[in-house]
Design a protein around this ligand. Structure first.
Ligand code: NAD
Length: 278
């Protein structure tokens, strides 16, 4: 099975299911990214701050896959925000990855108190104009922050990568993104592998489909239109997560998983709130 592709607002496409490598040591990254490629993944999500761009690059180089066969994302770290620092940080990331150009570059966090995100976005626009990166987007923004990028530059981010899983399903930001033509990408899509994968509702749906809880959660992301990037460093789970492409949920399953959302109770979020995180 090949991952479906979704079309971005710049006309490019992105494989809907990708492989994330947060908290993967550089020395381990080459092995597990190769395993992900062997399992079928063609889309890898890394970041400057993960410290494993070089390991991801070694996996790409030794895979025998051509650049046009894979989709690589990396992210600009907070300390490098601002126009000139962004241009420099981008080239350093590309060097570590061993790539001549990149598929997707994201501003990692909005950092509202730094107030450099508009200038940073202008640098991403310039990198795209120069052909250094094919698609540009952001991560961990608010709707207001996204609107400000659009108002001040006229360029709509292709992707918004945010914390999103059944306990924190981000309905409002997904709808806002959709209204602007921004695809939503889910980080910590499995809730970092905690309580969510023990959830009774998820377990019941998994039993019904002869699938695993992780596969059911990934299938839910795919069904609601998210780009999704589960992480694992265990080869059997990497294969299991990729095989979620074969799990097709029905409308009742999706509704049951939608109802797990804890946002209304002021709960569900695992990571920092982008609105106040600097
Ligand atoms: P995740 O939700 O993908 O959970 C990963 C954990 O779930 C694993 O470490 C493992 O413990 C468990 N797991 C994975 N597959 C499993 C399986 N089949 N069965 C049982 N348990 C399983 O968490 P994540 O790594 O936080 O998020 C995924 C990716 O999203 C990251 O690797 C990174 O690329 C990206 N991310 C981005 C940001 C951001 O700020 N933009 C923040 C966090 C993560």
């Amino acid at each position: 099975t090949l991952s479906p592709s979704l079309t971005l607002n710049d006309g490019r496409t992105i494989p809907q299911l990708g492989y994330g490598v947060w908290q993967v040591e550089d020395g381990v990254a080459e092995k597990v990214v190769r395993q992900a490629f062997e399992a079928g993944f063609r889309h890898v999500d890394t970041a400057r701050i993960y410290g494993n761009e070089a390991g991801v690059g070694r996996a790409i180089a030794s895979s025998g896959l051509r650049p046009e066969e894979i989709f690589i994302t990396t992210k600009l770290w907070n300390a490098d925000q601002g126009y000139e620092p962004t241009l420099a940080a981008f080239e350093e990331s590309l060097d570590r990855l061993g790539l001549e150009s990149l598929d997707l570059y994201l501003i990692h966090w909005m950092q509202p108190k730094q107030e450099k995100y508009v200038d940073t976005w202008k640098a991403l626009i310039e990198l795209q104009k120069r052909g250094r990166v094919r698609s540009i987007g952001v991560s961990n923004f608010t709707a207001e922050g996204l609107q400000r990028l659009i108002d001040e530059t006229g360029v709509v981010p292709a992707i918004h990568q945010i914390e999103l899983h059944p306990y924190f399903s981000q309905r409002e930001l997904r709808e806002f993104g959709a209204s602007k033509g921004i695809l939503t990408q889910a980080w910590s899509p499995l809730g970092q592998g905690g309580e969510l994968l023990e959830d009774d509702t998820v377990a019941a749906i998994a039993a019904k489909h002869r699938a695993t809880p992780a596969q059911v959660v990934i299938a839910w992301h795919l069904a609601i239109g998210n780009v999704v990037i589960p992480k694992s460093v265990t080869e059997s789970r990497i294969q299991e997560n990729y095989a979620a492409l074969d799990v097709v949920l029905d409308a009742d399953d999706i509704e049951a998983i939608n109802s797990l959302d804890r946002t209304a109770a002021g709960e569900g979020r695992i990571g920092p709130d982008p609105a106040v995180s600097d």
